[in-house]
Design a protein. Structure first.
Length: 215
């Protein structure tokens, strides 16, 4: 049913003023510069060169892949060495007689055990050095980083990733994490609250960042 407006109903003559938008439209200059609606996601974090930074989940998966690969190499040496040690040391303990002294047990078993453990740790650190420094710094990617499509880059856009930068990352991440209890947790989680480049502690020491790449 059509309703006829009574005579005289409607906006007064000259409304809206010239240059002013009709009713229902925002006035000129609205929203103010820099205004962002609450529903709009924040812009992605960028490196100084403008590349998007790798997120925590992607970096974690990359680290897990690399850790598994290097651990396989380490276990290929540690497991045979462990079997050899046990077979030889138990025979040595049997040769000490039924009631060996504490000093004899220490020198025949526990001291060699400590030496074997130290050798395994040293070998593992060498594997991590070769993998994380010598094989990585040329392209900025380990195999795990290549699979997850991320890369280590210098903070300085004009710089090139060097062996020295990669070695600093290695010293903080692996040597520091091996010698200082729980340090590797602090180092890895640091990126969650670091601003503006989401760096770990080994990133900060080496002045690097981790960015997303297409390949």
């Amino acid at each position: 049913m059509h309703v006829t407006q009574p005579p005289g109903y409607g906006p007064p003559p000259g409304y809206p003023p010239p240059g002013y938008p009709p009713p229902g439209y925002p006035p000129p200059g609205y929203p103010p510069p820099g205004y962002r609606p609450a529903w709009q996601p924040p812009p992605p974090a960028l490196s100084p060169a403008g590349a998007p930074l790798a997120d925590f989940g992607t970096r974690l998966l990359s680290w897990l892949i690399d850790t598994v690969l290097v651990s396989i190499v380490g276990l290929s040496v540690a497991v045979p060495l462990g079997f050899w040690f046990l077979s030889t040391r138990f025979a040595q303990l049997d040769a000490l007689g039924p009631t060996p002294g504490l000093g004899q047990v220490f020198s025949a078993f526990f001291l060699p055990l400590l030496l074997v453990e130290a050798s395994v740790i040293a070998f593992q650190l060498v594997c991590y050095y070769v993998y994380s420094v010598e094989l990585m710094y040329r392209s900025g990617q380990t195999l795990g980083k290549r699979i997850m499509k991320i890369r280590i880059v210098p903070l300085d856009p004009a710089a090139t990733l060097t062996r020295g930068m990669a070695a600093k990352r290695y010293l903080v991440e692996f040597v520091g994490g091996t010698l200082i209890p729980y340090f590797h947790y602090v180092d890895g989680l640091w990126q969650l609250w670091d601003k503006p480049f989401q760096q770990t502690l080994h990133d900060k020491v080496a002045r690097t960042a981790v960015v997303k790449v297409s390949a």
